[in-house]
Design a protein around this ligand. Structure first.
Ligand SMILES: Cc1ncc(COP(=O)(O)O)c(C=O)c1O
Length: 403
């Protein structure tokens, strides 16, 4: 059990933030000061087991020795943040080279800062080929908050109120092969010319809903049939959280364009070469590729996931975690557990109960976050051990059994 939270050091930081910065999506008073493997420490010495991996952005945990080595290399190098689409760097080339080993053959990457920009550039690649037609996205989707990506987002009204939208047509995100709307895309494509179909394979912010196999395969089938590029957004699910490099590998399909970020440390729009814009300035940004440090950390992260067989660990630990969580279904307001690998959603009967439990879990030393209306998202670092999974399950059991 942790000491007083927030302690005095955390409180000072939170008060300063509230006074001088936009009070954004903070859910509980956690100030991150340090971390080791799957443990995060606050400035008052409280420790938390991390079942969020910072929404997938810290896939190999904290203070990983390989990453610390990379960071040490840059302690005397002042050119870490460069105009990365104007000047070449070894870090950019290394990241492009290593990512080529885990993406479909004949694909190339364009690196950028964030997940929203990865999606933004993925849709620009599609528009360049197809023209300024409407795009198709799914109800409940989250693709980021820049205005282009936001147009295709629909997970929560608060993200969109009063912001203009570029043309979009929405279809249902089907989680069940027998959903009557599983073929909706076909009728839409028969009647409309569109520039692309954009979807997640597991809806992240939308609530950790896993697409049905038939739904994703249908999207692929109709996209090919009607000559429309299929863009899969792997910003949250990419780089191993589902037990495979990409969630779409569970479905036996290949996208035409894909976006990733978070775990990679930088954003990337990744495309089949046949969609590469022929004019060289079609895509760029001063911080293309992010910083040299981020690119080097991204490269090392892929290397560590391969070397330490972390995809296998994600599958194994995910199965143990899911089995443990399934025992909670039907008790204390838990109505469903779903997910792939270490990307697991636990759904409650009400939003209020979900909100209360997140805060109680935090106060008992376990970090989780919400997703969608009533779900808890669980996405621990890929390095999590069996003991840590069991510790997390035990905290969940205790917290959920109390009212
Ligand atoms: C699937 C998906 N796409 C895009 C984004 C946007 O990424 P970022 O917050 O880095 O802009 C997110 C972020 O949660 C996401 O989950």
């Amino acid at each position: 059990m942790n000491k007083k939270i927030p302690g005095p050091n955390s409180k000072r930081i939170i008060d300063t933030m509230r006074k001088y910065a936009y009070d954004s999506t903070f859910v509980y008073p956690l100030v991150i000061a340090n971390g080791h493997d799957c443990i995060i420490e606050d400035p008052d010495g409280n420790k938390f087991l991390d079942f969020t991996s910072n929404i997938g952005a810290c896939p190999i945990g904290y203070s990983h020795p390989d990453i610390m080595e990379v960071l040490a290399e840059y302690s005397t190098n002042g050119t870490h943040k460069i105009a990365g689409q104007d000047f070449y760097s070894k870090e950019h080339a290394d990241l492009a080279e290593i990512i080529s080993t885990i993406i479909p053959r004949n694909f190339k990457a364009f690196f950028i800062n964030s997940g929203a920009e990865a999606v933004e550039n993925s849709i620009k690649i599609a528009y360049r080929k197809m023209g300024p037609l409407p795009g198709v996205s799914c109800l409940g989707a989250f693709h980021g908050r820049t205005l282009g990506a936001l147009s295709f987002t629909s997970s929560r009204p608060v993200h969109k109120y009063n912001f203009p939208e570029i043309p979009v047509k929405r279809i249902k995100f089907c989680t069940n092969d027998n959903d009557p709307e599983i073929n909706a895309l076909e009728s839409l494509l028969k009647e409309n010319k569109v520039a692309f179909i954009l979807t997640e394979v597991i809806q992240g912010e939308g609530g950790y809903y896993v697409a049905s196999k038939k739904f994703i395969r249908n999207l692929r089938k109709y996209a090919t049939q009607y000559g429309v590029p299929l863009i899969l957004d792997e910003v949250q699910s990419g780089l191993g959280h589902t037990g495979k490099w990409w969630a779409f590998e569970h479905y036996g399909v290949t996208p035409d364009i894909m976006s990733t970020a978070k775990a990679l440390q930088v954003g990337a729009a990744i495309y089949n070469k046949k969609f590469e814009p022929s004019d060289r300035s079609a895509l760029s940004s001063t911080w293309g590729g992010g910083s040299r440090i981020d690119m080097a950390v991204g490269t090392k992260t892929i290397h560590v996931i391969k070397r330490d067989k972390l995809l296998e660990n994600a599958t194994k630990m995910g199965n143990i975690l899911k089995r443990g969580l399934q025992e909670l279904v039907g008790k204390k307001g838990v109505v469903d557990v779903r997910g792939l690998g270490l990307m697991i959603g636990l759904e409650f009967d009400t939003k209020i109960r979900r909100e209360k439990k997140i805060v109680k879990l935090f106060r008992n030393g376990l970090l989780t976050l919400g997703a969608g209306q009533k779900s808890l998202r669980i996405i621990p670092p890929l390095v999590i051990t069996k003991e840590q999974v069991e510790q997390g399950l035990s905290i969940m059991n205790q917290v959920l059994s109390r009212d």
